[in-house]
Ligand binder design. Sequence first.
Ligand SMILES: Cc1cc2nc3c(=O)[nH]c(=O)nc-3n(C[C@H](O)[C@H](O)[C@H](O)COP(=O)(O)OP(=O)(O)OC[C@H]3O[C@@H](n4cnc5c(N)ncnc54)[C@H](O)[C@@H]3O)c2cc1C
Length: 509
Amino acid sequence: MFRSVVPRAAPRALLRPVSQSTFCAPNLYFQGRLRRGYASEAEEKDLVIIGGGVAGYVAAIKAGQAGLKVACIEKRGSLGGTCLNVGCIPSKSLLNNSHLYHTILHDTKARGIEVGDVTLNLGAMMKAKETSVSGLTKGIEFLFKKNNVEYIKGTGAFKDEHTVAVNLVEGGETEVRGKNIFIATGSEATPFPGLTIDEEKVITSTGAIALKEVPKKMIVIGGGIIGLEMGSVWSRLGAEVTVVEYLGQIGGPGMDNEIAKLTQKLLTKQGMKFKLNTKVMGGDVSTSSVAINVEAAKGGKEESLDADVVLVAIGRRPYTAGLGLENIGLETDERGRLIIDQEFRTKIPHIRSIGDVTFGPMLAHKAEEEAVAAIEYLIKGYGHVNYGAIPSVMYTHPEVAWVGQNEQELKAADVKYKTGSFPFSANSRAKTNLDTEGIVKFLADAKTDRILGIHIVGPNAGEMIAEGVLALEYGASSEDVARTSHAHPTLSEAFKEAAMATYDKAIHY
Ligand SMILES: Cc1cc2nc3c(=O)[nH]c(=O)nc-3n(C[C@H](O)[C@H](O)[C@H](O)COP(=O)(O)OP(=O)(O)OC[C@H]3O[C@@H](n4cnc5c(N)ncnc54)[C@H](O)[C@@H]3O)c2cc1C
């Protein structure tokens, strides 16, 4: 089915600038080139992808499935990029297992489970993480073979508009030519000026998933999703964690204010400390600990905080270092992002860019959607990503998840909306599980009842949000969701009841 590229739901703030008409070659011409072939077909691939992260490997598999001759160049020595190697997967392994540890330490008695001494074996916990990572990265290699994708281990750099020179991981060099080239080189942690990252005392998320011992005190600079997830892990394992955040709320700009406040309250109850509206002025790493100087964001008295480890989690920036963009005249914008049109083309039409290295939220599932759509544009001339319906999830406990617009965004845009919410404390399954913290909140158009945003903090929010994404994708009203049967007893009944509360009244609250 042909799907429009224009989001049907109201778009989020981070939509890509569209300038497609200025440098898009017509697609028919493009498809014709693909079919016609080249004299040097034997050496030339239909598609060369630089970067084997989620964006790159998904595009490679999709291209292989479509019968294109495709090569994927990855310099890490293992596929899956940030997500599988040092991001989503290892962090979720540690989040899951540290949550189990914390539960066994603090939350078994009321459940009728008596346990003896509980000890942490951090080495074994890290090993479990590594097992998950290696299983998944090897799985991608298997999928490459299955779909005839050539995997080139090395660092790629543009020699010219169709040629990528590769510095091979195992030594030596090679060149690969592509009729089309995708740049999927991802992102890296943004450093904090004046604090040198050593991944031991001053760490990024990469150091935070690999600490050899539990620090006594940890300072997290940045109260966004990555900072709060990694802060949660080490807090559960015994560290005293203080989060320093410049803004007045945690969770980053996408998180609904009400949900952010509630989440902060819940994380505080678990032992994490927060310093909001606070800016970090600098740090001193010359002693065995780290001293961080902070002051009120609007100016004020300076204060010094002490920690064994400081996690810098102030965001990520696109990564294009060493790619040789200057050799082909491609430039990035002021934030380092590759500039593309709606079909993911750079100003050189056969070179496209997807994933973290270009516009939009830096999320694995966004990269995956773009990879599929970019291949579809390449081979069919049309594709689809609805940027208005990309979910965000924070895998703390309870989890936080949302899709669509939040209340502060609707207010700022002067949209007339109505809202309804339902607490997990009134949900039978949450009560049965003794896991009742959090709420589900709907935002719907005041006149049409069309859902504009769904925000959840609560158990299993990350899975539950999928229903919200589907509702938004298909333009559902809160009444549509409220009139849909949900199994009993499930947490998802809280989702239904929040929808009921939006268009009429909840039954159980
Ligand atoms: C700690 C952490 C937790 C995260 N958790 C989540 C989560 O739970 N859910 C979620 O959706 N997202 C999460 N993310 C974000 C997610 O990892 C990224 O959005 C995703 O990996 C982006 O995919 P990508 O393919 O665009 O880039 P990347 O995954 O960064 O892949 C790019 C790849 O390109 C390679 N490369 C770069 N330059 C070259 C070159 N010149 N030649 C060859 N190879 C090159 C790199 O080595 C890298 O492997 C997390 C990130 C972090 C850091």
